[in-house]
Ligand binder design. Sequence first.
Ligand code: ADP
Ligand code: MG
Length: 602
Amino acid sequence: ILVVIFISTASLCFGAYLARLNSPTGKIMKLAAGESRILIPATFCLFLNSGLFILLPYFGGQFVQMVGSNTGVTSEELNQITEKIVVVAVASSITSMIRGMLFVLAGERIVRELRKQVFHALLRQEVAFFDVQTTGALVSRLTNDTQTLQNAASSNISIFLRCSSSLLLSLIVMFVTSWKLTLAMLATVPVVSILAAIMGHFQRKVSKKYQDETAELGNIASETFGNLRTVRAFQSGERLMEKKYCDASDQVYLYGWKRSMIYGAWSGVVGLLFFVAFTVVLRFGAGLVERGEMQSGDLISFVLYTVSLSGSVAMLGSIMPAFSAAIGATQKIFEITDRIPAQSDGLLDPVECKGKLEFEKVCFTYATRPDAMVLKNVSFQAESNQVVALVGQSGSGKTSCVSLLQRLYDCQSGAVKIDGVDVKELKFSYLRRNMAVVSQEPILFAISARENIAFGVEEADQGKLEEAAKLANCHGFISEWEKGYDTLVGERGIQLSGGQKQRVAIARAILANPTILLLDEATSALDAESEGMVQEALEQLMKQREGRTFLVIAHRLSTVKDADVIVVLSSGECVETGTHEELLAKGSVYKGLVQRQLDLRR
Ligand code: ADP
Ligand code: MG
């Protein structure tokens, strides 16, 4: 018992020492510390279990000693030892059961917590962060890496503790039995340690690569199946994607191959160690027994201890790859959870929003393309209850203006203001509460039509929901479905046409009832008929101008014509502003755009 207490304390101190360091191991320990209520009893059972296990070679030795003794042995004596062994076996199986359950449970709890943390941390990151990250890599963080960590932080810690404690206990008992023989056996250890260190190093390197390549594999798959229609539409699409996937698979395999070679080499070394130790013990031990320094029963116990010791070393070696993988995974996971978002939330949260918009000498570049200035000194404004239209060729920076208003990105100089306050000073919640967007490619989620429309509001009653749907021209087709508003749309449910999707997206914006409504080329991706339907919905919407500001990006002149202010962008510069009539009278760029559209009509 004293030994158990000693080792528990020692390993706790060791754990605390590791946790102090800001290393991946320390972080794994910290996660484990969060589950200490489960892990402490589990560890206790584990040490108890190891302690019980260590008794078996002792009993084995006693048996042989009795049978081999000159005085003879009674069956009563033998039964006594057998009874002891049965008691130990029962106790060992109970502790083993509790230990197993608790460690796996702790692992599940750790991974649950970790997944939530990673998801939360990802949601906090600014949009620019996602411009550089691939979806596959992020999904891999959430699923594969957390899973890898789960194993390391639970069952592997358990195996590690069990093996190292039984290793230590075996050693102590062996020393007590015969220190000479123990030292002889330990002579093999330095060789193994050096080899283990070298292999550990390679193992970690290869594991990290293996994980990177696995993430890439996920990336290619999600890109392929996420855009299957486009992949199918082109002659070499499938072949190209398949080749990319196969190449990435081969890469994963390559590192897997290396991993298995290292693992195999380690197993070989451990096997060799076992035979060397076994032979050394037998040879030296025989000498000691001959000289009367040791009893033959003790030698048998000793040999059995050597076997169990080698087993522990082999087991420790076999979990090494998992630990290396976990360290790689931890690094990547904590890169995300420790990352401070480049955008911070503003402090101001005005109760009211009037909807006055201002762009003041806004200059903006995307972080991914620092040399290309997307907006150059752009200035314009819109009063509340007004419609401001942004026009200009594709790539002139219209969508970027919308993104800045939503604060998806921050401008480098100048200011974007709402009611005279810089958006950087306003709370995200304020911006989201008072703004809604209908974009070029509407996104519906794999949830019911109702939930899709009510996506932007905390609670919505059916009346308001239907009212919004009617205004957006989508009540008709939704109510024709068997399950009506409860029909699942998107993946796993009814697939909508582009025009239908867009109308659901408009209903979502109407229901959100924002002061500022951003319409970014809501009709441009549609065919003529659905464009008509959507256009009608938009016009309905824009009639309710009271208390609302519209920022409209449209290539259709009919939408733009009635705007209070038209801002003409060209290569990120604001070249003309004014009403339709003013611009036709004096402007040249706008006149060109109008002329081209009229030509197209003809
Ligand atoms: P518009 O909406 O007028 O067609 P955008 O505002 O979408 O134009 O784009 C303006 C410029 O910014 C384009 O040159 C485009 O390539 C670039 N751009 C848009 N989005 C990004 C992004 N996320 N990262 C880097 N460059 C971008
Ligand atoms: Mg655009």
